[in-house]
Design a protein around this ligand. Structure first.
Ligand code: AMP
Ligand code: MG
Length: 351
């Protein structure tokens, strides 16, 4: 069995993603001589983090990495038993009080689950563990095993009452589909209080990115989009971001294993418990929230291009869908912001 984890793969690729964010930036000719550029590569939230900061103050990249690690260990991790999610899972069947912060995230997550008709579902925890795509024993489970676990899956099995949360007995939360996006939101909020920061681009493993503020020369922020079938080769394209925008990509190339010529990847259909095989290789979403960009990219991957469009419209989000026939479908708002880098792909209208 061949197993892949895009996020954990040699840091070199991800460093290349970092470079891609700066290669297309103009050279740092500083309009304001006091603005300094600080770049850093770190590891947090199970992925390589690359940071490019423009500030008149101190280099706060290490602090930013620490904040991301705190979100993981204190809030989102299902393995760290001190995290709020691990505690919630351990007390399924009872009512648990969570922080206002987590209650706020869960409210938005439940709304997205409902708006996507359950395509995005935060209660797949046990099914994800069974596949163990990211772990020691990735394997194809029996359909009967999946069916047995699916009875405890369903976003309706989470009840929210202010900051009191009740998970149905045997239901397990997994916020893997929005974790990096939440990380981006937390850092974005933190930056708003750092008056000396002029701009930043933060890239979590190439799959969640946000741009904040502006560069000293006001040139646009640019982010590379990975070719889902050539993850170590040249990029598929480049997307321009405004300060305040968040980008997330969900793809079947990020975590998967191959067996009998079939690609078993990490984005699951909550109705069947199996990976989604609908002809899409990746979906990239851009909007004004990290949690939503991340959650929407997962939801849109599950829904498929046509059903995804209504959901994107509701959230005022743009998207690029890459399919197995080497088409890149762009929503209207992305047409002037996407630059194709590979002539093996064809750009088409998504709408
Ligand atoms: P992403 O890379 O953001 O699309 O997130 C994928 C991760 O979210 C997986 O590794 C699982 O932990 C989890 N996941 C898989 N399928 C779903 C789904 N349909 N809804 C919500 N989370 C999912
Ligand atoms: Mg996601």
């Amino acid at each position: 069995m061949i197993k892949y984890n895009f996020n954990k793969k040699a840091a070199s690729i991800l460093t290349a993603v970092t470079i891609s964010c700066t290669v297309w930036s103009a050279a740092p000719v500083l309009a304001d001589t006091e603005v300094q550029k600080y770049t850093n590569t770190d590891f947090a939230m199970d992925t390589v983090v690359s940071e490019t900061l423009y500030t008149t103050g101190e280099d706060i990249n290490t602090e930013i990495g620490n904040k991301l690690r705190e979100i993981e260990s204190g809030l989102l991790s299902w393995t760290d038993e001190d995290s709020q999610i691990a505690k919630l899972n351990a007390s399924a069947g009872e009512t648990t009080e969570v922080s206002e912060e987590l209650a706020g995230y869960l409210a938005r997550i439940e709304q997205l689950a409902s708006d996507s008709d359950g395509a995005f579902d935060p209660t797949l925890g046990k099914v994800i563990r069974l596949w163990d795509i990211d772990g020691e024993d990735p394997h194809v489970p029996e359909t009967s095993e999946l069916d047995a676990l699916l009875k405890d899956v369903g976003y309706q099995k989470v009840t929210l009452d202010g900051n009191k949360v009740t998970l149905a007995e045997d239901t397990t939360l997994d916020l893997g589909a929005v974790g990096k996006g939440i990380g981006c939101d937390v850092i974005s909020d933190f930056l708003k209080d750092q008056k000396e920061v002029e701009g930043m681009i933060l890239n979590l493993g190439g799959s969640s990115v946000f741009a904040y503020g502006h560069k000293p020369d006001d040139s646009p922020w640019k982010v590379a989009v990975t070719d889902p079938r050539d993850t170590e080769g040249d990029y598929l394209g480049v997307i321009t971001l405004e300060g305040g925008e968040f980008l997330s990509t969900s793809g079947d190339y990020e975590k998967y294993f191959m067996e009998d010529g079939k690609r078993y990847h990490h984005i699951l259909d909550p109705k069947t418990g199996y990976p989604v095989w609908n002809g899409l290789d990746s979906v990239t979403v851009i909007c004004d929230s990290g949690l939503l960009a991340d959650g929407l990219s997962t939801a849109c991957f599950v829904l498929g291009r046509e059903d995804a469009l209504k959901l994107l419209e509701k959230y005022n989000a743009e998207a690029a869908f890459v399919d197995e026939d080497k088409n890149v479908y762009l929503t209207d708002g992305l047409k002037d912001r996407f630059e194709l880098m590979k002539n093996t792909y064809t750009v088409k209208d998504a709408e």
